[in-house]
Design a protein around this ligand. Sequence first.
Ligand code: NAD
Length: 481
Amino acid sequence: MNVQDTIAATEVWTATSNGTVLATKERFDVVNPATGQVFASAPAVRPEQLDQVFADAQAAFDLWKRDESARRDAMRRAADVVEASVATLARVLTMEQGKPVEEARGEILSAVTWLRYYAELELPREVIRDDAHGYEEIFRRPMGVVSAITPWNFPVGLAMWKIAPALRAGNTLVVKPSPYTPLATLALGQALRGVLPDGVLNIVTGPDPLGAAMVAHPVPRKVSFTGSTSVGKKVALGAAPDLKRVTLELGGNDPAIILPDVDVDEIAPRLFWSTFSNSGQICVAVKRVYAHESIKPRLVEALGELAASVRIGDGLKEGVQLGPVNNRPQWERVNDLVNDARSRGARVVAGGETAGDGGYFFRPTILDAVDDSFRVVAEEQFGPVLPILSFRDEDDVVRRANDSEYGLTASVWSNDIERAAGIAAQIDSGQVAINQHARGLGPHLPFGGHKWSGIGVENGPWGLYSFTEMQVIAGPARTTG
Ligand code: NAD
């Protein structure tokens, strides 16, 4: 280990409440997925302690909601502090999550981008009527305290999709990352102590049922959740008794449709990395490819060659392109799905096995000779495995792409952009990208899933509005009319 590694290993990461350390009696282990070994611990906040944390967040709300310009300034300062902490945060993120450290840097810097985007976003007044007969204006009021719950694939980036718009709208938050990846989010909270006013951003960690307690607690008025569809449904149920507002960003089973006119060798690398970045653990990764039968053999071959050439290893090591799967249950699930496909006659073109001794590595895997009924096609694999299917006519491929409970994102690949756009319009998902999967991701665009992929959207002004309640003020003509 070098010096930077030991910093992470010996640091005592703490929960943040009211701008200071939230004391906990117990801690839980955090495993480095590249080694399979415990390398640090995180505070196990007990559900009963949430009373104090939410009370602090509620108390901070009264002042925070009042001054928009102070909020924007504080967010600008927060962005500078996160940017200055990128090296440390990225290393911690790699050690707990597994992704190559350059990608971890990219994730931390995306958090900076989101903070700055929302700090600078201009929100025009919405005056509907202002004449001699009356005045009508729509206001977007902050809700109060937000419970934010995040998964382990992009702990900091996805937390910031909630933190930045919620803060800008005037809310305060309690954020809970996944127990698999608690540290980078705790470190973010530590870095921002004294930058944001006390109680505005509180970070808690602990094994579940802390997540359920974050939903059931009476103080938060909104739950913003990113994670699996099965837990998302529990969140919706948990929020229902007192009608908390929810935004749910859930699972996906994204299809990529490859038309016969593509240059296979030209698109193969883009398609490969749209699938395998972060070892396939991206909600908007390509999860199943439908390639026209005329080009499928060459595509399978090209993707197989790319898969065989990738450097996998500990994300802290120079030159590593793919890290491990984040945790043992997910690694076992990937194994299980591949074995299931193999037992049903799938051809393993590349990968298909675990790698290394220790750590949750799985070689990037390309599967041929599968059909839509295979589990690895019908379910969200969320790992480094790609099944490739063929199609003959467009109506058939549209039907099969839509034949899923999920509807997160999709892509259509063709040299004929209008033809691709025509197919895109028939796909039932929150985004359909052309010639680059998930190209429509950015702070300025709404992101959300159809069907079981979620409720509501994040990002852009729409994401901010989801942290507000609308209010109409209507009255007689005002002097401005
Ligand atoms: P998960 O649903 O298991 O856990 C997500 C979070 O919920 C964790 O913080 C967990 O501790 C918490 N949690 C667990 N039980 C809870 C409960 N009963 N109530 C409230 N919170 C609870 O998901 P995961 O395995 O961490 O992440 C992978 C999943 O997330 C995949 O399905 C992926 O597609 C999805 N995801 C979706 C998006 C999106 O934007 N749509 C983005 C990233 C990941």
